[in-house]
Design a protein around this ligand. Sequence first.
Ligand SMILES: Cc1ncc(COP(=O)(O)O)c(C=O)c1O
Length: 425
Amino acid sequence: MFEISKELEWVNDTFNTAKSSGVFKAVAEDGSYDGHKLVLNGKEVVFFGNCSYMGLDQDMEVRQAAKDAIDKYGCYFSSSRSFMGLDIFEQMEEKLEQMFEQPVNVTTSTTFAHISNLPLLIGKKDVVIIDHLVHSSLQTALKICTADGIHTEIIRHSRLDLLEDRIKALKETHHRIWYMIDGVYSMMGDGAPMKELEQLMNTYEQFYVYADDAHGTSWTGKNGSGYVMNEIKYHAKLFMGLSMSKGFGIGGGLMIYPDKETKELVKNLGKTMIFSGPPHPSVVMSAIKAAEIQMRPQFADLQLDLKRKIEYFWKKATQLNLPISGNFKTPIFFIGAGTTENIINIAAHLIETGSFVNVCSYPSVPMKNTGLRMTLSRFITYADIDNLLENMNLAMTILEAQGKLDREKVKKAFSPKELRKAEKV
Ligand SMILES: Cc1ncc(COP(=O)(O)O)c(C=O)c1O
């Protein structure tokens, strides 16, 4: 065994304990999947970890498009697009540009989108400020820039007061000041304060925003354009990485730009645009179909239907006095439970009673914010939500009687004020 740091050893041990309890790194059985239920240890459970929020992965038209693509083009087109591409790659970009009403590039993952974007967008004289809860994929891509000597600073979560102080301090010595955020944060489900950021972009000429809206894509915004583009009108100093692997339901990454020139620059010179393969033909044809579906007027009704379930979940969790984090209305929910032992205990009880949720402890969330993460896809029913939350309340009541949980203390650790102080790194 390699020697690893004490911190990694602790994380590894925690992962192994959760895995042996059957609540982490679970493997579904039964050889099929319908987007709603899974079979675990011979027992059917409702899948509260599905990030394909709109169920497009299961849509019959999208599935057929993927099958047709394989019949027409085979399983893969093995060449960098720098040398040769298929006409459907260009058709996909055109369709996505109609959907987002902005210039778009496509990669095989959001991580690859960041790796192509950041080294080209961030200049030698720029400075980067990152929100400390920003997704790991952005932090990984940023390391390419820091290796090139770009100055980087970390700032407490969504603390725009501190951000503005840093903008004022850095604007004399640097060219552009970039702020890196998630549109919807993948663990706690809170949205970035876009309206305030828009104001900062308007006030400070050198201030730019780079947003990863992987979890905002599809379930909200006109044509499924996402959280960020629903909050503000597209800004000339806003750059984004989005995902086709969550609400979009088909796999892959997207890059959205304020202008055609930057799109073409990254398409020509982005590291993963040159040195990595193109998306699979089945993904390309299903992306075209999924984009068409998202542009139909009926898609807004599906978004509304999910938003009603989101409201219902919030209301019910609050009525049951569960320690739910924040007050954002997104399909990601986080309920604190104090300790790793508690989350494993509650998650095991939930599997027994028919629900699968995600157990989350450090390093995916700050130390003080251990808890359970749940996502809502459109397949989840109101009865599923009732069953999940009532059983969670029951498991928590038992832990309280055993003196292992204090809901009020946990709630305090999840107050917006405390979350903004919580350290992950
Ligand atoms: C906010 C966010 N950004 C990026 C990613 C990485 O996406 P990909 O697997 O497409 O690289 C994830 C993955 O879950 C994510 O939650």
